[in-house]
Ligand binder design. Structure first.
Ligand code: FAD
Length: 229
């Protein structure tokens, strides 16, 4: 039994992702045959579609990640994201050895539970039954695919300082991997406030130096009142 760290790698991605998005966006308005559409100036096109919220063109581009060493706590949050594909290590076949826990947490209970689980395996119980003894801290591995639109949304929610630390760490690692591959798509990617320039949280972290949406509405209403005086 051991404490493990989250390890993320990029397994595969759609080739020339930004050119493809540019082509898809231009397809909508061009008279040309699709293969005759040029993809110069992808940076400008991508900026425009993201700013305008015409995000469906981002769905043509996929990224596949290998994720090792996240807890089942993190997995439960991750798989709430429905616009994604997951292949997760099965506890019906694989024997659990590792776990993830916050720094400083006393893990005697986790160690004991995993020991009991292994004793039941040794006693002849099937993995699918012995696993009922396992705590949420146990580590798992998976392969996950998301398209660029779903990823931007995932980053908005999970890179936010209000997100739980483990999934935030995972999201930040994923962002680091995709940014060099598609720098224009992920230029402002990150927490909602970095993508949108304001915060919408009901209890803001107060650390990001951006206005809250309530403040912006108040400011706008104030401006409307002053203008009409
Ligand atoms: C800080 C934080 C705290 C959370 N706390 C809780 C909690 O206490 N309890 C809890 O249950 N969950 C909680 N969640 C999970 C959250 O409610 C979402 O389930 C999760 O973030 C996935 O978001 P999503 O549905 O937008 O993403 P996805 O499932 O990836 O979907 C992406 C987008 O597709 C669209 N979409 C997908 N499916 C449908 C559908 N069936 N109908 C219409 N539109 C759809 C929506 O626009 C959605 O935003 C929390 C999430 C965060 C970030």
């Amino acid at each position: 039994m051991s404490l493990t760290n989250c390890n993320v790698s990029l397994l595969a991605y759609t080739p020339e992702p930004e050119a493809l998005i540019c082509l898809a966006a231009r397809r909508c308005r061009s008279d040309k045959a699709t293969l005759d559409i040029d993809t110069d100036g992808a940076e400008r096109v991508i900026k425009r579609v993201i700013e305008a919220g015409h995000l469906s063109v981002l769905e043509h581009v996929n990224f596949t990640f290998a994720v090792d060493g996240i807890s089942r706590v993190c997995l439960a949050q991750l798989t709430r994201h429905r616009i994604a594909s997951f292949s997760v290590q099965s506890q019906r076949t694989a024997t659990v050895n590792d776990y993830v826990a916050p720094r400083g947490l006393v893990c005697i209970g986790v160690d004991r539970d995993i020991r009991c689980y292994k004793e039941e395996l040794d006693a002849g119980f099937e993995h699918e039954d012995a696993r009922y003894l396992l705590p949420q801290a146990v580590a798992t591995s998976l392969v996950m695919t998301m398209n660029a639109r779903a990823l931007l949304h995932f980053f908005e929610l999970r890179c936010c300082r209000k997100a739980q630390w483990e999934i935030r760490e995972l999201a930040n690692q994923m962002l680091k991997l995709v940014k060099p591959i598609a720098p224009n798509i992920f230029k402002n990617a990150g927490a909602f406030c970095s993508q949108n320039g304001y915060c919408r949280e009901t209890a803001p972290c107060g650390k990001m130096n951006v206005p809250h949406k309530d403040f912006l509405f108040e400011l706008y209403q104030f401006w409307e009142r002053e203008k009409n005086k």
